[in-house]
Design a protein around this ligand. Sequence first.
Ligand SMILES: Nc1ncnc2c1ncn2[C@@H]1O[C@H](COP(=O)(O)OP(=O)(O)OP(=O)(O)O)[C@@H](O)[C@H]1O
Ligand SMILES: [Mg+2]
Length: 228
Amino acid sequence: AHELNNYLAITANNAELLVINIDRDKMDKVQFNAKAITENVHKIKRFVDNLMDFSRPESEFISYDIRHLIDDLLFSLRVQPRFKRTHFSIDLDSKAPNLEMDVGQIQQVLMNLLNNAADAVEERIIKSEDDTAKFKRKLSITTTYNEEKEKLTIIIADNGIGMTKDTLSKIFSLHFTTKKGGHGLGLANCRKIVEQHHGELLCESEYEQGTTFTIILPRFQPANQKKD
Ligand SMILES: Nc1ncnc2c1ncn2[C@@H]1O[C@H](COP(=O)(O)OP(=O)(O)OP(=O)(O)O)[C@@H](O)[C@H]1O
Ligand SMILES: [Mg+2]
């Protein structure tokens, strides 16, 4: 894809300059190059992950602890520049059992939702005219297990720009995007993955207030269901 080439060109360019600037002892430039490389590699990763997931039709289910998955994800997210100033509130149900899931795919779903949340908060900050220094970027992840139904609910909420009713009605369509560098792949992919897990993906949003995504996942996958 065309944008992939752009990201790679910028990365290669900065890597070359990085070496030169280290030789010349220009530390401020070194820092700039390193930052550009990191940012572009993250962009490439986001894009490639979604493309790869799209071309992978099947899920491979294993029994896995969602808390483990979310903890690992947060560990790598918190150091990324786009999440650095975000206040996370995490509340994970300790009574939830392992779920049968494709770990890579569920991680992809959560990554897409969290990246969208970060974009939405950024957009709100850029658009708002009030004191942006005081605005607190909030992102919450909550899981609740329903023992009777044998289902886990994951709620991801942000206090970003939110959506108009019109936008909300289109978000799961392939290639729909309101972003400059957007591909409109993320949510279409999320929905596909969640449906492959026999789950549900829902969204509520209020313009200029924030957005809440709800993922409902069953404990067992039909083909895998074991009787004891
Ligand atoms: N948390 C959110 N807050 C506000 N708007 C959102 C949120 N998540 C999604 N959207 C809206 O839904 C659209 C589609 O999201 P989707 O993730 O599918 O594509 P994208 O983020 O634009 O591009 P990409 O393919 O890089 O993910 C976004 O462009 C945005 O308008
Ligand atoms: Mg997205």
